[in-house]
Structure formats: structure tokens, C-alpha cells
Design a binder for this molecule. Structure first.
Ligand code: GAP
Length: 453
């Protein structure tokens, strides 16, 4: 019987055991909320990002790509409003010496008495709330002096606005069109925890879609639908995903409307991605601070000039990776033995196919090696000939490998192999010559989470 009992602890433990994600700097005792992606984590997150690029670039012709610098001119952050407004209200506890977000006091725990929230702890003497800027500051050049202060970007979006003019000139695009970027962002978050859900260094997948102001609302709706479908097509169960419109008092300083795509994590419903109507806030601010004209001017009709409005789907690559892991996690029983299995969409699975000789003799490893070398040209494949076949299947199930090819004594006689399916456990006999084509066909076929029953 499949279960749906997923806890964050189970995910963390699987990630460590199977080399997806490790706590960072572990040999020095770790660094709070910093994580390193191991081999399978890199492959998984790469697949998440590749699917995002596919949806943004390959399957459309109105979006172009960018990879901008992490450290940008410091005026960027004055213009964007981050220097003045990207703050959290902070409260210090004089008793336990911890620092809390004033708006999250009820969710956090006192350092002295973890069973109570700081607001409820009578010995907990709290300071008044102070605003704390979330941007990491550093200096450029060898001398720490006035004017050398720069910031690690807290969102990738601003790099897109700074390049808007370049794109108008070189890409021959006119609104509606978008610029997409994936890259690291940094925030000195006060409330961290929950594994890779909220960290100080994380990767964002952001796209700024520039539109004529009158069309902004229509495009906002378009992107809500597109982004919801992206998660659903990659196998997230519909009852674990919903849209939540921000209340007026929740909106960021730049936004006139925002809806979050939320996922039902083991810690409850939480933001996975925000889709915002940023209006012309950013282009207007950068035009003002830089003295440059950032309007779009229609070449056919120069009287038609305007600052485009921006619709922004902003997703987190790490948070999406966590959501896919949580949604895929399953436990069941085969032949009286429990197994953990990641029922990932095959396009996201770190390894698509494992090649396993049944025994390490009788020419089976040699034939398996031949099959493996052929398959790895086409898809991410793995060869494993160590240990009992059942154990090797379990290992592949735990990393979410959708198919396993087993080479047995019959394979040497008729050049066929068994192709085992992770979810249905069906074992089909397939000719070696047809194997790569068969796997690629399965990879392209529509997929539905087996957890939906
Ligand atoms: N440019 C708009 C923007 O940055 P955001 O809602 O602050 O909006 C977008 O961030 C997405 O980035 C979030 O939905 C989340 O997936 C991810 N994200 C933000 N802060 C994060 C953090 N500290 N750790 C991991 N992911 C984060």
C-alpha cells in the first residue's frame, strides 16, 4: 500500500543518504541554512532548470535569455527600492539572545525554552522592532572605503531591467516580449530552516515580460495559467497546488497585484512562486536614476512611445526542487519488503536508466557495459553491477530512476533485456537494438503521477 506520509525529516534523510543535498561545511560543524547539492541533487536541479528554460525559450518565440552579474552598480538598489525598503522588522530577545522577525513571533521558538514562542515567554524580554536590511553588503577593490560598497543581488530581476535597453536594440523584439534569467540570489534571511525551503543563498528562475500597459492584466492572467500548468505537467498533484492572491497590505513595494503559487509542503501551504504585476515601477526608477530613456518607441509610429508594464513570474529553483522531491516521495511494499521510491516525472529524474547485469560473470557485465555505453549517448544512464539485484533496484527507486535494464543469461542468447518500470514494476522484454528508442519514446510520453491512483 502506498502511503502519503511525507515529513521533512524523511526528505532530509533521503537527500543526505542518497547524495542529493548535504548540509554545507559539515566538517566544521555546518553553517546555518547553507546546503551543498551532491551528484543526484545537481542532476535533479539541472533538470528542473532545463524544464523551465524549455517552457520559457524553446516552446515560445517571445522570450530571450540573460545571465547578468550578481554584483551590480550600487545605484541599482537605490533605484529598485531595495536599499530603503527591503527590510524585515526584527526583535531581539535579551534573555535567549536570539533574533526574531516581529511578524513571525508566533511561529518561532525561544532559544532557552524551545517549547514556547518568544512572545509568550514571560522571562523573555523583547526589544522594540527595528528594520533590518536583507541585502548582503560587501566591498569592491582592495580598499574598504566610502563608495566601494556593493550588494549581492537579492533578486535576479534587476539585472533584466538594467539590460532592457540592450535587448530593445539587439533582439528586434517589441512588447509583448520577455527576458528570462536563472541565477543565484542572496538574502540575509532571519527566519531560515526547513531545509532548502528558505536559505540565504538560493537560485531564482525569473522572467520579466514587458507589455503595453493596457494589456497588463490579460498577460498577468496568462502567466498565472502558464506557470500553474508547468508544475502540473511535471507531475505535481493538483490538490497540492493552488493560487493565492496577495491582500493589498502584503504587496511588495513595486507590485500592484501578486498571486503566489503555493504548494502543500510538509510544513503547510507555502509560496513556491510569485507572479507579480510590477507595472512600470522598475523601468521608471532606473530611467530616473540613470538619466537614460527606457521607453519603447515604435519604429513605425514614433508617437507611440511608452514605458512597458512588467508581468513577472518569479520562481525558486531550490524550492521547486524541494516541492518535486516532496511530491514524489513514496513508500510501498514489494514482496513483503518495504521500499522508498521517488516517483519523479521521468524528465526530472536524475538518472533515466540504470543498466544492471544480473550476475557478475558469464559475459553479462561485458554485454551490460556495451548496452550502457550505447544508452549514455542518449540519456543520463548509470551502470551498477555491485550486490544483489533487489538491492540495486531499491537504490535506483530511491533516486527516482524510472527504468532499469537487466541483462541476464537470455540476453546473451537472443540480445534481449528486461526493462523494469519503477512505478508499475512491469518487466518487458525488449531487443537491445530497440532499447534506446523505447526509452526515449517513454520519456516523451505524457506522464501522470502514480500517486494519483
Ligand atoms: N523578483 C521577485 C522576487 O524575488 P520573491 O517572492 O521574493 O520575488 C521569488 O522570490 C521566489 O524566489 C520565491 O517564490 C521563492 O521560490 C524563491 N525564494 C525567495 N527567497 C528565498 C529563500 N530565502 N530561499 C529559497 N528560495 C527563495
Amino acid at each position: 500500500m502506498a502511503t502519503d506520509v511525507v515529513t521533512m525529516d524523511k526528505i532530509v534523510s533521503l537527500c543526505k543518504r542518497r547524495g542529493f543535498v548535504f548540509p554545507s561545511s559539515e566538517i566544521y560543524g555546518g553553517l546555518g541554512s547553507s546546503y551543498d547539492y551532491g551528484h543526484y541533487g545537481v542532476l535533479l536541479k539541472n533538470n528542473v532548470k532545463a524544464q523551465w528554460w524549455r517552457a520559457m525559450l524553446q516552446e515560445r518565440d517571445d522570450i530571450v535569455a540573460l545571465d547578468s552579474a550578481i554584483i551590480q552598480h550600487p545605484t541599482t538598489w537605490r533605484a529598485s527600492g531595495h536599499l530603503a525598503g527591503f527590510t524585515d522588522p526584527l526583535i531581539d530577545c535579551r534573555t535567549c539572545k536570539l533574533r526574531f522577525r516581529a511578524d513571525k513571533l508566533g511561529e518561532e521558538q525561544c532559544g532557552r525554552k524551545p517549547s514556547v514562542h518568544p512572545g509568550e515567554h514571560e522571562a523573555c524580554s523583547l526589544t522594540a522592532a527595528r528594520d533590518f536590511n536583507l541585502m548582503f553588503e560587501t566591498t569592491v577593490g582592495p580598499v574598504k572605503e566610502e563608495g566601494a560598497t556593493v550588494y549581492l543581488r537579492p533578486e535576479t530581476a534587476q539585472g533584466i531591467f538594467l539590460n532592457f535597453k540592450n535587448y530593445l536594440q539587439f533582439s528586434r523584439k517589441k512588447p509583448p516580449f520577455g527576458i528570462a534569467q536563472i541565477g543565484k540570489s542572496f538574502r540575509n534571511e532571519i527566519t531560515t530552516g526547513n531545509f532548502i525551503f528558505r536559505t540565504r543563498e538560493f537560485e531564482q528562475m525569473e522572467m520579466e515580460f514587458f507589455v503595453p500597459p493596457a494589456d497588463a492584466e490579460r498577460w498577468f492572467e496568462h502567466w498565472l495559467e502558464q506557470r500553474m500548468n508547468w508544475y502540473l505537467e511535471l507531475g505535481i498533484r493538483p490538490d497540492h497546488l493552488h493560487l493565492r492572491a496577495h491582500d493589498q497590505d502584503e504587496l511588495s513595494h513595486y507590485s500592484s497585484a501578486t498571486s503566489d503559487i503555493e504548494y502543500l509542503f510538509p510544513i503547510g501551504w507555502q509560496e513556491l512562486e510569485g507572479i507579480a504585476n510590477r507595472g512600470d515601477f522598475d523601468l521608471r526608477q532606473h530611467a530616473e536614476h540613470s538619466g537614460q530613456k527606457l521607453e519603447y518607441v515604435d519604429t513605425a509610429d514614433p508617437s507611440a512611445r511608452y514605458l512597458p508594464y512588467v508581468i513577472e513570474p518569479a520562481a525558486g529553483a531550490d524550492r521547486a526542487t524541494l516541492a518535486f522531491l516532496v511530491d514524489a516521495y513514496d513508500e510501498d511494499e514489494i514482496g513483503g519488503e518495504r521500499r522508498t521510491v521517488l516517483r519523479l516525472h521521468p524528465l526530472l529524474s536524475p538518472v533515466k536508466v540504470a543498466v544492471l547485469p544480473l550476475v557478475r560473470k558469464d559475459g553479462q557485465p561485458e554485454l551490460a557495459g556495451e548496452v550502457y555505453r550505447e544508452l549514455r549517448h542518449r540519456v543520463q544512464a548509470e551502470y551498477d553491477d555491485g550486490g544483489a539485484i533487489g538491492r540495486r533496484y531499491r537504490r535506483q527507486d530511491e533516486i527516482g530512476t524510472p527504468w532499469a535494464v537487466t541483462i541476464d543469461h537470455q540476453s546473451l542468447e537472443d540480445r534481449t533485456v528486461t526493462l523494469r518500470d519503477r512505478d508499475s514494476l512491469a518487466q518487458d522484454r525488449v531487443a537491445i537494438d530497440e532499447l534506446a528508442g523505447e526509452i526515449e519514446a517513454r520519456l516523451r510520453a505524457p506522464w501522470r503521477s502514480p500517486k494519483l491512483g
